[in-house]
Design a protein around this ligand. Structure first.
Ligand code: ADP
Length: 838
């Protein structure tokens, strides 16, 4: 039996016991009250007996006086009788002698047998139900009784003269001889009353009354029987042979008792109700405590299971990311080579597919995050066209494999530079497009990208239309349920888990977006999403085509942002391939690299020479990255060395973990050459960083771009502003570009002053907004170096403002901001002046 049932049973038992004791207490109270009432009725009876005795005496006294007179003046017999008749006209007076000669009212001893007793010297009261009451007193001469003087009161007069019914309306009193013979009944005494007195319960009550009268002058007893509830009572009439008995209904006495009784019952019921309420409250409290405990246990179990799952996902992601790192690294090396256009296209496709695959791995992790409520939306600046191309590269291949036509329409006037979670957007689009492909046997898939602008927000709309199997009306509402697959009979051949749309729906909710479905069964479906995204650059998307050249970054031959031939970098990774990839990606920066395959080798290398930056793999057999870091920090010549963690485990909370362990930053594998060089650029001592020299195969000349003059024997310095990049951002329209350059120059003084002020006032929020703006305007005019520096500076401000940053990390970020601010402003001035001089 569980606790709840036990508690319920206890409460019911308690209620039953309280109910029983209530009945018992109620009975006791009634008994006590009745005893008190008996006592009070007995007192009243005593009063009644005095009253009755008084009445008899009132009539006996003149008789006794006359008798006394006669005993001395026998000759006054007739006068006395007359006098008595005058004094008491209701009583018929008479005199009787031994020979039964009567004078006045005649009498016979058969009618009044007690008359004989008067001849023995007693005062007599006798009753004959047909005649009435006889009061008699002896007339004594010497020692003998010669006459008996009497008065007879006829039946009709009795109640008026002797009955006590005038005492109160409820009290019925009978006067009787001690032997129980009725003397004076109450008014309206009938045969019914005879029956009443003959009732067993009443008889029993009267027996008890007589029993008590042996010790008391008056007694009353409560009886309850067929006749109802009554008090019967009795008392001796003083100085007579009579006694009185009577009854009164219980209700007449118990008027007050009832009100007390009702109050007691009311209070008791109230107590019972209160107790019931208290019990129910306790039961609920106990239940909720039990449930909380059960919930706690369940949560503990769920947390443990969730941790195990997260660990498993983290490990799995590590296992997949490691070879993926090699693929993407190698591919990047290929892309840096001189390649025939077709091969470059293939390599570009590999790059897109690798990025998409990486996204999918992240999505698996994301699902577990959504489930555990740890999903984070991480907004960044992105180019809409870049995302659309990556998406199309992935789904286009699948559509082609199924012989489906894949079309994309993009509103050319949409702003291209947006701020939002690009990973999630990609994930949502890929999921909808993949579904369209899966559930369309033939025909086409169309992606329509449009949107509405409101201030600095774009309500991006993406509609995926297919000519597929469609969805039945009744299935539509189950579409976004987790693990729900529709029309199973028809779709059993199609792979799927029923998770995709559920994740899509939740992600859109988290980003304040929405999704709607229009579908005609057998004809096709349209899934439309709406997603608000901040606009960070109003540059229009322009004419978007699936066959467009790959994005700017991919199209341009890769060129390092800096060189640092004197920089010493230690790469620590147990995986040979990863070491090779990292080393190769860094080659263009001309930094000097040393490879270590374990924590021990790394420590050995650190003891031998001083490194500016250590790229340290997080997960290694034997001594792992964290342990290596802690040991390295104790070595003498690592004071100024910066440690960057390399990790393939990009789950929620990684950043905080690495920073708290003492790493300066971390890079998530697979990392791109840009990621790696940007990180080095940030952490290498500035004096080691030099501008790159233009080497072989310069980029093809841009349309109408002005090239700086170059000499034959000295390689030309890289232009501060790359007009080719700038023109691309202006849709290759020179007039617009010229205008942009002028604007950049004109705004520069104000902007520099703003940034200086923000720095002086430590207004980091504004500083971040202004440096963010500089980052994008620098790229818009085609100045990569200023763009890069502004980007690094923005990151440093972000690090400084990060909620989880430790004071040490904040200090580091602050130092970086302070050291670089002046350089950036100088570069800004230089770029601004060359923007209008070229
Ligand atoms: P999965 O595709 O993995 O089964 P989803 O959550 O993506 O899971 O989709 C849920 C269900 O919705 C699918 O099983 C399918 O029945 C239906 N569905 C989704 N997209 C389409 C579509 N474009 N056309 C027809 N049915 C679709």
């Amino acid at each position: 039996m569980n606790n709840r049932k036990k508690m319920l049973l206890t409460i019911l038992t308690m209620l039953f016991l309280i109910f029983l004791s209530g009945i018992f207490i109620q009975q006791r109270i009634v008994d006590m009250l009745n005893k008190a009432a008996e006592h009070s009725v007995a007192r009243q009876t005593e009063d009644l007996s005095l009253l009755a005795g008084e009445r008899f005496r009132r009539f006996l006294t003149p008789l006794q006086t006359a008798s006394k007179h006669l005993s001395e003046h026998e000759e006054d017999k007739e006068d006395m009788l007359k006098m008595l008749a005058q004094q008491n006209p209701q009583g018929q007076a008479g005199l009787i002698d031994f020979q039964h000669h009567t004078l006045g009212r005649s009498v016979s001893s058969t009618s009044f047998p007690r008359l004989q007793l008067a001849f023995h010297g007693n005062t007599v009261i006798d009753y004959n139900p047909d005649i009435g009451i006889l009061l008699a007193t002896p007339v004594i001469y010497g020692d003998n009784v010669r006459y008996v003087l009497y008065q007879i009161y006829p039946i009709s007069m009795l109640p008026q003269l002797f009955a006590l019914s005038d005492y109160d309306a409820f009290t019925h009193v009978i006067i009787q001889y001690h032997d129980g013979t009725l003397a004076v009944p109450y008014e309206n005494y009938t045969t019914e009353d005879t029956k009443f007195w003959a009732d067993d319960t009443i008889q029993k009550g009267m027996q008890e009354v007589h029993h008590r009268l042996e010790r008391n002058k008056a007694a009353a007893v409560y009886t309850e029987g067929a006749e109802g509830k009554f008090f019967v009572f009795g008392a001796d009439l003083p100085q007579t042979d009579f006694s009185l008995i009577g009854y009164m209904p219980w209700s007449a006495v118990a008027g007050q008792i009832i009100s007390i009784y009702q109050r007691v019952v009311f209070l008791f019921t109230l107590m019972l109700v209160l107790f019931a309420c208290l019990s129910i409250y306790l039961l609920m409290a106990q239940t909720s405590v039990a449930e909380t405990e059960e919930l706690r246990q369940a949560r503990l179990a769920a947390d443990t299971a969730n941790q195990a799952k997260s660990q498993f996902l983290a490990n799995m992601s590590h296992e997949i990311r490691t070879p993926l790192n090699a693929i993407s690294g190698m591919n990047e090396m290929i892309l840096r080579q001189e390649l025939p256009g077709e091969v470059r296209q293939y390599a570009s496709n590999i790059k897109s597919a690798t990025a998409a695959l990486l996204t999918i791995i992240n999505e698996i992790l994301d699902f577990s995050k959504i489930e555990s409520g740890h999903m984070e939306i991480v907004p960044t600046d992105y180019q809409l066209t870049q995302v659309l191309r990556e998406v199309c590269a992935l789904v286009g291949v699948r559509a082609q494999a199924k012989n489906l036509t894949f079309k994309i329409h993009v509103d050319p006037y949409l702003p291209n530079g947006l701020y939002g979670d690009t990973g999630r957007l990609r994930q949502i689009l890929i999921n909808l497009l993949n579904n369209a492909i899966k559930y369309t046997p033939s025909g086409s898939i169309t992606l329509d990208i449009s949107g509405q602008r409101k201030d600095s927000t774009l309500y991006l709309q993406a509609a995926v239309t297919d000519t597929g199997i469609g969805i039945r009306e009744e299935d539509k509402e189950r579409l976004f349920h987790v693990f729900e697959r529709l029309d199973i009979k028809r779709n059993c051949q199609i792979e799927g888990t029923g998770l995709g749309l559920a994740i899509t729906h939740r992600l859109l909710n988290m980003m304040k977006g929405s999704i709607k479905v229009d579908s005609t069964y057998g004809e096709g479906s349209v899934f439309t999403i709406k997603l608000p995204q901040e606009i960070h650059s109003f540059d229009p998307v322009g004419v978007f085509s699936l066959n467009a050249q790959p994005d700017l970054d991919t199209n341009l031959r890769h060129q390092a942002g800096f060189i640092a031939p004197d920089a010493q970098v230690l790469i620590v990774d147990d995986n040979d391939m990863n070491c090779f990839v990292a080393g190769s990606l860094l080659k263009e920066t001309q930094v000097q690299t040393v490879i270590a395959h374990s924590g021990d080798e790394a420590l050995e290398a650190l003891q031998k020479q001083r490194f500016h930056v250590v790229l340290l793999d997080y997960m290694m057999p034997g001594m792992d990255g964290v342990e290596t870091l802690h040991k390295a920090k104790q070595l003498p010549n690592v004071g100024s060395t910066r440690f960057i963690a390399l990790t393939a485990t990009a789950i929620s909370g990684s950043r905080e973990k690495f920073l708290s362990e003492g790493f300066d930053n971390y890079l998530s594998k697979p990392m791109t050459g840009d990621d790696l060089t940007a990180m080095l650029h940030r952490y290498l001592p500035p004096e080691l960083i030099l501008q790159p020299l233009l080497t072989s195969s310069p980029a093809p000349a841009p349309v109408e771009a002005k090239e700086p003059a170059s000499t034959a024997d000295t390689p030309p310095a890289p232009p501060l502003i790359d007009h080719k990049i700038g023109l691309t951002y202006c849709n290759n329209m020179q007039a617009i570009y010229d205008k942009v350059l002028t604007m950049f120059h004109d705004q520069s003084t104000d902007k520099i002053a703003q940034l200086d002020n923000d720095l002086a006032a430590a207004n980091w929020k504004n500083y971040r907004i202004n440096i963010h703006a500089l980052k994008s305007t620098a790229l818009t005019i085609g100045c990569r170096s200023l763009n890069q520096k502004a980007k690094d500076q923005e990151q440093a401000v972000k690090d400084y403002l990060a909620e989880d940053a430790t004071p040490h990390q904040q200090q580091q970020a602050m130092d970086y901001i302070q050291q670089n601010h002046a350089d950036i402003m100088n570069l800004y001035r230089q770029v601004a002046s060359s923007a209008v001089s070229q």
